[in-house]
Design a protein around this ligand. Structure first.
Ligand code: NAD
Length: 718
């Protein structure tokens, strides 16, 4: 053994080959934490000092190669400013340079994920052999960063500037076929033959059959592009990347800039340029938010896994009641992810519609080559349409997704409870009705809870799991396990009207209603909020949700929280509803909808809406952008703070993730609590107080005021 550490080891194989094996003790994956970086440096010392080393083979002792840097170490290093950031990056840059400069050839056997820093160390090797199940990529832009260990320097020198810019700016994982086509790897072989293949290749390099030195030269030299080629490559790429990413996400453009500024110089100069761009990105609010979001996502994933472990049994069979928009979507998702599901409706029409939707979604996957027709058949076979309760005695979980009417739901829930086994868990997909209220007629309320999916089910990641007063832990565990199996992000919340997401969404809509009442142009409000980062502004969102659905839900919320959400005026949505303008579903709402070339609804402005609103609103006037943002966001933020204080949600991280996954809160802001921390609660309270005369929704809670006075934040690490 040349070196033996806690993260990696080096041992001599036959023929003078040193195997550098990454195997981080106590972890399921390899990552570049500080320990690994330090030990890699020590391992290189040992290799450099050893006699008789003729070649180096890099391998992994885990199912993955190396998944990337240890993101939990970013926060501390980034807040230490440029020097702290450089310090975090330098040591491993040195390592990879040393690996690249060894006097012997190097080959890496990429057996599984090699992402970010994990792929960058592979790029430092002379040859890359990839297993057929592995994936490679540089996903740093997803964290608001760019590769910082030579990714923007070596990848363009290996695969060319166009492919490198595309890979890095999109941050996507690449499959073996794509990696081979791009020449990012030299061979793809079945995983069980990987080490042999890598050793063979290394042997050929040692024997002088392969010229590894000239490969190195390419990686260490400027890129041979003339000025015109460079201008063409970088000018168009930067414009395209900038437009795709938007101004709130600067790192993809920074990555292209790093390639652009570094192509004319050698490796060491280019690495300095990369580091400047990395430091710039690491100091942006976007990186801070996206890194925070990544960590929050891991935290909610852990909580969900924890629940799953507590479940008394695995979910093998499911059922859904109602084959409408939501029921159909739930059946599709369940079947697609492998859980057979009965889909019951009272009308054959409903069933036909549900199946048609599933068929459409699966056909799209087949068209795109993501699914074979045979697999599509298997998925469809897992959906069993039915008009009866036959076989309901065998299901582990039932999701009720019939119309949003408490009387109908009471009847349906009581009925199904009589058809299932004693331990079957029944979940309602209600969007607003209190779970405790729905549980009233049930004999086994402990087996009942909410499982709130978002529309469209196959796209929206969030599932709110709602605990009623009598819901048992086992019922929650089973439903979280089911959500996990469906590939969803489950967040457990407590019962109240609207639960978490809709409870804070409707105050936001109320803010919108007041703005329009006071003379704001709804299109202008949409534009401001979209620029702020929302995927769609409030009027457009209402149209997509359905004005009828929205108006109905608003009533439920007003009854639940009359002091804050009770209506005192005719809201713009009421006006649209009265005029039969239900939104996208009937092609007219705040906007009109026409089909675009691809058959998707496209919104177009219409004077009709303005005419209808005129009698109910003040004369049109322009509002400052900040006023629009503040009047929209203050009600949402104060309501979310109330939810946290009341224990509706357990932590700021879960609340922030719920809004990002449920309604597309701008990820680069990290969530509402992260946003509040970034502006400071004292500033927020001042902001809210400016609008005190708009009513209770604009009152920060006492706790918020206290926190503001003490300079406290919601997240500890700020
Ligand atoms: N549409 C959304 O955006 C959305 C989002 C989240 C939650 N939800 C909730 O999901 C539920 C369903 O909404 P939807 O939009 O799918 O409605 P929908 O009108 O599209 O579908 C309801 C289906 O239930 C069927 N149905 C009615 N009574 C039934 C019964 N006794 N047994 C079996 N089936 C019955 C109807 O025939 C219809 O096919 C509601 O509670 C709604 O609040 C909807």
């Amino acid at each position: 053994m040349l070196f033996s550490g806690k993260a990696l080891s080096v041992q001599m194989l036959d023929n003078g080959i040193a195997e550098l094996n990454f195997d981080l003790q106590g972890e399921s994956v390899n990552k570049f934490n500080r320990l690994t970086v330090t030990e890699l440096s020590q391992a290189l010392d040992a290799i450099e000092a050893a006699d008789g080393v003729k070649g180096v083979l890099l391998t992994s002792g885990k199912g993955v190669f190396i998944v990337g840097a240890d993101i939990t170490e970013f926060g501390g290093a980034f807040s230490a400013g440029p020097e702290g950031i450089a310090d975090l990056m330098n040591k491993n840059n040195e390592n990879i340079n040393r690996l690249e400069d060894l006097p012997v050839p190097t080959v890496v056997a990429i057996n599984g994920y090699a992402l970010g820093g994990g792929f960058e160390v592979c790029l430092g090797c002379d040859y890359r052999v990839m297993g057929d199940q592995a994936k490679v990529g540089l996903p740093e832009v997803k964290l608001g960063l760019i590769p910082g260990w030579g990714g923007t320097v070596r990848l363009p020198r290996i695969v060319g500037v166009d492919v490198a810019a595309e890979w890095i700016a999109a941050g996507k994982e690449q499959r073996p076929d794509a990696a081979l086509t791009a020449h990012a790897v030299d061979a793809v072989v079945p995983t069980d033959k990987l080490k042999d293949a890598a050793l063979k290749l290394l042997g050929r390099a040692i024997d002088g059959e392969l010229d590894y030195q000239s490969r190195r030269e390419i990686k260490k030299s400027p890129i041979p592009l003339n000025d015109t080629e460079a201008l063409m490559a970088f000018f168009t790429t930067k414009a395209f990347v900038g437009q795709q990413a938007g101004k709130n996400y600067p790192s993809p453009v920074a990555a292209v800039t790093s390639i652009e500024q570094g192509y004319k110089v050698g490796r060491d100069e280019a690495l300095k340029i990369e580091q400047e761009q990395f430091i710039f990105c690491a100091q942006t609010g976007t990186a801070k938010s996206l890194v925070g979001l990544f960590l929050n996502d891991q935290a909610i994933g852990k909580v969900a896994k924890g629940w799953e472990k507590k479940a008394d049994k695995k979910i093998e069979r499911a059922a859904v009641l109602g084959a409408g928009i939501m029921g159909g979507g739930i059946a599709y998702q369940s079947a697609y992810k492998g859980t057979p599901i009965k889909m019951k409706d009272i009308a054959q029409d409903g069933i036909d519609l549900g199946l048609k939707e599933a068929n459409k979604l699966l056909s799209k996957l087949v068209d795109r080559g993501r699914l074979t027709p045979a697999k599509m058949g298997e998925v469809l076979n897992r959906i069993e349409p039915t008009l009866s309760y036959d076989g309901f005695g065998d299901v582990d979980v039932v999701v009720e997704a019939v119309v949003e009417n408490p009387k109908v739901k009471h009847a349906v829930l009581k009925e199904v409870e009589g058809k299932v086994s004693e331990d079957t868990v029944i979940a309602s997909n209600t969007s607003t009705i209190s779970i405790d209220h729905l549980a009233e007629p049930l004999a086994r309320p402990e087996n009942f809870l909410g499982m709130h999916f978002f529309n469209p089910v196959h796209k929206m990641p969030l599932v709110e799991v709602i605990r009623g007063e009598k819901t048992s832990d086992n019922a929650i565990a089973r439903v979280v396990a089911y959500a996990n199996k469906m590939g969803k992000k489950a967040i457990v919340v407590r019962d109240c009207p609207g639960f978490l997401v809709n409870r804070v969404l409707f105050p936001y809509f109320a803010g919108f209603a007041m703005l329009v009442r006071d003379g704001a142009d709804f299109q202008a409000v949409d534009k401001v909020m979209e620029r702020w980062g929302w995927p769609m502004g409030p009027a457009y969102l209402m149209d997509v949700v359905g004005i009828d659905t929205g108006v109905h839900a608003e009533k439920v919320m007003a009854e639940g929280f009359p002091e804050r959400m009770g209506k005192t005026f005719t809201a713009a949505s009421d006006v649209m509803y009265e005029a039969g303008r239900y939104g996208q579903k009937n092609d007219k709402g705040f906007y009109n909808y026409e089909e675009d070339k691809k058959g998707r609804p496209k919104k177009v402005a219409t004077e009709e809406s303005y005419e209808l609103l005129k009698p109910h609103v003040a004369d049109r006037r322009d509002f400052e952008k900040d006023e629009v943002i503040e009047r929209m966001m203050v009600p949402m933020a104060t309501e979310l703070a109330r939810c946290l204080e009341e224990g509706i949600v357990d932590s700021p991280a879960e609340a922030d993730m719920a809004l990002i996954y449920g309604i597309g809160f701008p990820p680069f802001r990290g969530g509402i609590f992260a946003w509040l921390d970034s502006i400071g609660l004292d500033e927020f309270v001042k902001m809210a107080d400016k609008y005190a005369d708009l009513g209770e929704l604009y009152q920060p809670t006492e706790r918020m005021r206290e926190m503001a006075a003490k300079g406290e934040t919601y997240y500890k690490s700020n």
